[in-house]
Design a protein around this ligand. Structure first.
Ligand code: ADP
Ligand code: MG
Ligand code: MG
Length: 882
């Protein structure tokens, strides 16, 4: 078996397609060598060796050593140097490289192969000071990375020595000083390990290789793999490569570059470099690197000479290499390079990480340049990244006075005045003020206040807390779990880290980073036209699924349409009932003792509800609207305070005492499984009659006014049996018939049901006899299938995820093998009864890319999600189809 793949000298055993075997770094080094780019020669020990190493209980396959020796000889031949050669020593770097880049893996060891004789040889060729400085760096690095001796020990020794000599800077150290340091370092190693620092280059090499493979199983790497779903079987590769020196003097340098600007995607050559430096010095931040191009130096006001001027020929060559690589990989590249005495060497290339804004610009530009197809461009943007582009963001240049950092619960940024109470938020917002709601945590009663606020900050709660979920749904930026916040709402202040912020003071919230800042920080508004609009057009061409939005207010409906929704997939009529003006009538209706009492209250609600629907139909024009009839348990509307009771008494003409008794009767011990959904319609058909009448009268009216044809899809919730639906469909059809007769206008409409109970999914074949569409209410379907209440899951679901019982939060990403199986079954059975039955999904999953992919594969017609997630869903649906 081949365990070792060589590269260099214009050829390579491997190539970029072999990332699984060679790791990302090794595969791309091979590819660059094949392209004839200047890559120092080396070899990759494959990921298969890593796997074998652990299978053999931390031993190597027999044939590995011989293969390494051969590959090492090839480097010697190519460089004309010898490993351990006292005259002309070959030094190498040992670099880890997994398939996916992975923090937690062993750091790179540079300058390996040095010992006393090799250092003397190197000194003859490149100077004393350079040789002994390199040697002591190597001892320090190797001891730290491979032998696990702390960096500090060596720093201590050096600082001590410099103190005694009266030196301030490393540059004052002479070759002789470094030699003394080397002696001190070596005795520190002896002291720590009870054995000497290894002198034999081969021993050094195997020590480093073993450290790389060993690091695959260190805690940091294991944790990272868990968090990122990287299987343990993947293993890591090890790259051994001839050293090139960027620290040989003023004609040498090292740096990193991007073929385009990774922060905004501008097609400019972008990067940083340091003269006379090695390896990680650029990232380490000890010296400030200079920009590569004149253009960028001007932009940053940098006084250091850019590479373009310091080494013009190298610059031109590097630019050419960068272009070659970008054209070759057809993506923005992140490059590492070193210049040794005026000669350029490439040490790494990979697809560069980028912000969402840059990803968008680069994808669209590359499609325009003909480098990628429109479809490929669509695939370059991750749907989840899109979120960042849909909200205002904080300007990159702006100074931030961060007072606390919590969880980045809902993206976007906002500026506003601090308020602590939801009512107050609402009142101030009515007056046109921008407010930010700061609370310990939020509850359903804060919904209105949250809606009225520009952003929400909470001291308690995680990424799936009430505040987080609701804020994401509303598209409000939110920072939650900012534990250091001490909120003293009575006195109208919050304190954090010894600072005090009063009610009415201006703060800025960045939901993308979790930062809360004092004052108004400058913001950038999202641009939904231009490149964004273009990419979304391409996505729309590619996708099969339609995308609708969950919306019940005119504002949400308008936002949804602006974001490209093709209709409303879920209009929850109960939200319209919560309105302050109507709630007394709603309560009167609920507390009515008999049908005539209920009808009286319903008659007052009818015109209000009708006008809600009118507005929605007007905004939607010819797009369909799925309107769900009343669903929640009645007790949710019950009056809480005495004042509320009196309001209801006034509205209904019934005494407070009677009302109280009636409220008591409505109490349920398990309301979510109680008198709700279609069970309300079955017991009080007049409620659904009123709602149906409001819908059809509104549709007819808007049709008359605008000449458009509204498409109502009336949805019956929480159906478990075909009988329930059959009875209620008859109610709706009767109302439609009367309205059409009364008005002389007939419109197309549909009656269907929400599939949100396992029984309904199983009985879908029967139910489809009456249902003209199914909408999978996967929030409830998940609750009822898993038997887990979403509101109470927070206490244990995290542990379930950590233990891998559920891989993902099933309320965020559809549980495909459980709940998904019911969806698939229902879709099949529904279709067999009624071919072409319209199928959709509403609920949080409709905006989750992985769940959307499932919906595509299941052949649903559409997904429906919150308005702000519509573009994400459009893109995810395109990804699913491509
Ligand atoms: P990482 O994965 O952390 O980027 P690398 O293996 O790329 O680690 O190594 C880090 C840095 O070390 C490189 O950017 C490069 O500057 C330097 N380096 C690695 N190998 C060599 C080499 N053969 N010659 C010179 N410098 C090297
Ligand atoms: Mg690197
Ligand atoms: Mg439901």
């Amino acid at each position: 078996e081949t365990w070792v793949y060589a590269f260099g000298g214009g050829s390579a055993d491997g190539d970029a397609s072999m990332k699984n075997l060679l790791g990302g770094k090794g595969a791309n080094l091979a590819e660059m060598a094949k392209l004839g780019l200047p890559v120092p020669p080396g070899f990759t020990i494959t990921t298969a060796v890593c796997t074998a190493y652990y299978e053999l209980d931390r031993k190597y396959p027999d044939t590995l050593e011989a293969q390494v020796d051969i590959a090492l000889e090839a480097i010697e031949k190519e460089t004309g140097k010898g490993f351990g050669d006292p005259e002309n020593p070959l030094l190498v770097s040992v670099r880890s490289g997994a398939r996916a880049s992975m923090p937690g893996m062993m750091d790179t060891v540079l300058n390996l192969g040095l010992n006393e004789t090799a250092a003397a040889g190197l000194a003859k060729k490149a100077g004393d000071r350079f040789a002994y400085d390199s040697y002591r760096r190597f001892i320090q690095m190797y001891s730290n990375v491979v032998l696990n001796i702390s960096h500090d020990e060596f720093e201590h020794i050096l600082d001590d020595y410099k103190d005694r000599q009266g030196y301030d800077l490393d540059t004052e150290m002479t070759a002789d000083d470094w030699k003394k340091i080397i002696t001190l370092y070596k005795s520190a190693v002896q002291h720590n390990l009870g054995r000497p620092f290894p002198d034999d280059p081969k021993e050094q090499l195997w020590g480093a290789i073993t450290a790389v493979f060993g690091s695959w199983m260190n805690d940091r790497a294991i944790t990272y793999r868990k968090l990122n779903d990287i299987p343990e079987e993947w293993g890591t590769a090890v790259n051994v490569q001839a050293m090139v020196f960027g620290n040989l003097g003023e004609t040498s340098a090292t740096g990193v570059a991007f073929t385009r600007d990774p922060s905004n995607g501008d097609p400019v050559f972008y990067g940083e470099y340091l003269i006379n430096a090695q390896g990680e010095d650029v990232v380490a931040g000890i010296r400030t690197p200079a920009p590569i191009s004149r253009e960028r130096a001007d932009k940053l006001g940098s006084e250091d000479a850019p590479l373009e001027e310091a080494m013009p020929e190298v610059y031109t060559q590097l630019r050419d290499v960068a272009n070659t690589l970008e054209q070759h990989y057809k993506d923005m590249q992140d490059l590492e390079f070193t210049v040794e005495d005026g000669r350029l060497y490439m040490l790494q290339t990979r697809n560069g990480k980028r912000t969402a804004a840059a990803a968008l610009k680069i994808a669209v530009d590359m499609a325009r340049e003909g480098l990628v197809t429109e479809e490929e461009a669509v695939l370059r943007l991750e749907p989840s990244q899109l979120d960042q582009l849909l909200h205002p963001t904080i300007s990159e240049e702006a100074a931030r006075d961060v007072i606390i950092t919590g969880l980045p619960a809902s993206p976007g940024a906002a500026v506003g005045k601090v308020v602590f109470e939801s009512d107050e938020a609402w009142d101030l917002a009515e007056k046109g003020e921008d407010v930010i709601l700061v609370r310990i945590e939020t509850s359903p009663e804060d919904i209105k206040g949250m809606h009225a606020s520009r952003a929400i900050v909470t001291a308690r709660g995680g990424m799936t807390s009430h505040a987080a979920v609701v804020a994401r749904g509303m598209g409000r930026p939110c920072v939650c779990g900012a534990g250091g916040l001490q909120i003293d709402s009575k006195n109208g202040v919050f304190r954090v880290m010894g600072r005090e912020v009063k009610k009415g003071e201006i703060i800025t919230v960045d939901g993308a980073t979790g930062q809360v800042m004092l004052g108004a920080v400058e913001m950038v508004q999202p641009d939904l036209s231009g490149d964004f609009g273009l990419l979304m057009e391409w996505a729309d061409k590619a996708r099969k699924l339609k995308v609708r939005a969950n919306a019940e207010t005119p504002l949400d409906t308008r936002t949804a349409v602006e974001f490209g929704a093709e209709g409303v997939g879920l209009c929850r009529t109960e939200h319209m009932f919560f309105d302050a003006e109507r709630i007394p009538e709603v309560r009167a209706m609920i507390l009515a003792e008999n049908e005539s009492g209920r009808r009286a209250a319903l008659n007052k609600l009818l015109p209000m509800q009708r006008s809600d629907f009118e507005e929605i139909f007007r905004i939607l024009e010819d797009r369909p609207a799925t309107i769900r009839l009343l669903d929640p348990p009645l007790h949710e509307f019950l009056p809480h305070t005495d004042e509320d009771m009196e309001d209801v008494a006034k509205a209904s003409g019934v005494s407070v005492d009677v009302l109280r008794q009636r409220a008591g009767e409505l109490h349920e011990s398990n309301p979510m499984l109680g008198h709700r959904g279609c069970r309300l319609g079955i017991t009080y058909p007049e409620i659904y009659e009123m709602q149906a009448r409001a819908i059809f009268e509104a549709a007819v009216k808007v049709a008359g006014e605008t000449g458009r044809k509204p498409i109502p899809e009336v949805m019956i919730p929480l159906v478990a049996t075909h009988k329930e639906l059959a009875i209620l469909k008859a109610v709706v059809d009767d109302v439609a018939k009367s309205v059409f007769e009364e008005t002389g206008v007939t419109l197309d409409y549909m009656v269907g049901t929400m599939i949100e109970l396992p029984r309904a999914a199983l009985q879908a074949g029967e139910i489809a006899k009456s249902a003209e569409f199914f909408s999978f209410g996967t929030n409830d379907l998940t609750q009822t299938t898993l038997g887990i209440s979403r509101d109470d899951a927070g206490r244990f679901l995290k542990v379930y995820e950590d233990k891998g019982i559920y891989e993902k939060d099933p309320f965020v990403t559809l549980d495909q093998v459980g709940v998904g199986e019911l969806v698939r079954t229902a879709a099949e059975r529904g279709r067999s009864t009624r071919p072409g039955i319209k199928l959709g999904i509403c609920g949080e999953h409709g905006g989750d890319p992985a769940s959307i992919n499932f919906c595509h594969l299941t052949g649903l017609d559409y997904v429906s999600c919150s308005p702000y997630r519509v573009p994400i869903a459009r893109l995810a649906a395109a990804h699913a189809a491509l």
